[in-house]
Design a protein around this ligand. Structure first.
Ligand code: AHG
Ligand code: MN
Ligand code: MN
Length: 349
């Protein structure tokens, strides 16, 4: 007896937390775990395979797709298709949502939104990448699920998680009852519980933002960055700056050590860069479940209206007190910024 709890065992044990559940969500999570292992296998030997570099295509957002973006997308879709618990998949890599039309999926109740490979620009240089997923129950009770079933607010998620393909590979997820992390043991090919009941410190000393865009940030963000850099013994400032370019990696580190991750609106990305449905909402759900907070600078991410599959949002996420402080700066120096007023603001250095 090893004393290890595998992801599969843990999911089954936790099924009792949901008296109405018939095991469908458990099976869905298991399917995601399987796809994650396959993607992990490819990420791990990426340098040896013809899998680095561009796939030669672009996604709906005009971003060039990496071969691994496409591979990861295919793996997750195929695991969800053969699992039979998912009726619709929304993916960063697909313009439209995808119906899973098969005999075994005809009664499927769940919708999965995902960023199959987060931080793809880091693949070719061997820096951690990730997968993000969000799970909803369809609202309609008959016929095919509809766009309305897909466009649910973050607060309606039933589960969310991420996989980080890092110095070790971890799967971290929540079903709304705390956050648990599992590390892949390659010798047995299983995710094993390594980080039970993860919590993010209320205060932190790390800020993560692409400071290269500094001049394009709203004043509230500029003021917050300056606040992080000022010396102050009482609050242990200056804080440390850490930014990898993979949101999953930056948030995972901040979750463990405490910190804030910011991707604000910028002059180039007036609605923000990150996608609400499969990047911001799932990460916000996980971080809130760990005791942190996520905001778009003014409003809780999880309560934002969702009107489009690939909708973007600004995000301030991480340790509660750090996010609250950043929100204060936004309220004070960039009150209710609008696209038009923002375009005016950015020219002022
Ligand atoms: P993706 O690889 O799924 O497109 O996501 C990349 C995201 C996110 O992971 C990261 O934090 C951010 O884009 C980096 O963007 P910048 O290079 O603009 O900082
Ligand atoms: Mn991403
Ligand atoms: Mn991606």
């Amino acid at each position: 007896m090893t004393g290890l709890t595998t992801l599969g065992q843990f999911i089954i044990e936790k099924q009792a937390d949901f008296p109405y559940a018939k095991g469908e969500l458990s099976r869905l999570l298991r399917d995601i775990g399987i796809a994650a292992k396959i993607v992990n296998r490819e990420v791990n030997k990426a340098g040896l395979m013809d899998i680095l570099g561009d796939a030669g295509s672009t996604n709906v957002q005009g971003e060039s797709q990496k071969k691994l973006d496409v591979f990861a997308n295919d793996q997750f879709i195929s695991a969800l298709r053969s699992g039979g618990e998912c009726c619709i998949v929304v993916s960063e890599e697909n313009d439209e949502y995808l119906y899973i039309d098969s005999e075994i999926s005809k009664n499927a109740k769940y919708i999965v939104a995902m960023d199959p490979l987060d931080g793809s620009s880091n693949i070719d240089v061997n820096v951690s990448v990730g997968t993000i997923f969000s799970i909803f129950r369809r609202k309609s009770t008959e016929g095919k699920a509809t766009l309305e079933d897909v466009l649910q607010k973050g607060v309606d998620q039933v589960a969310a998680g991420y996989v980080i393909y890092g110095s070790s590979t971890m799967l971290v997820y929540t079903t709304g009852k705390g956050v648990n992390g599992f590390t892949l043991d390659p010798s047995i090919g299983e995710f094993c519980l390594s980080h039970p009941n993860m919590t993010i410190p209320k205060d932190g000393h790390i800020y993560s933002i692409n400071e290269g865009y500094y001049t394009h940030f709203p004043d509230g963000v500029k003021k917050y960055i300056k606040y992080c850099q000022v010396e102050d013994e009482a609050t242990n400032r200056p804080y440390t700056s850490r930014y990898t370019g993979s949101m999953v990696a930056d948030l995972h580190r901040n979750m463990i050590k405490g910190g804030i991750f910011i991707y604000p609106i910028t002059a180039q990305a007036p609605n923000g860069k990150l996608r609400l449905v499969y990047e911001c909402n799932p990460m916000a759900f996980i971080i809130e479940q760990a005791g942190g907070f996520a905001s778009n600078g003014y409003q809780r991410i999880l309560t934002l209206d969702v009107t489009e599959l690939h909708q973007r949002s600004a995000i301030f996420i991480g340790s509660c007190n750090m996010v609250k402080r950043a929100e204060e700066m936004m309220a004070c120096f960039s009150p209710q910024i609008t696209k038009t007023s923002f375009e005016g603001v950015v020219n002022i250095q």
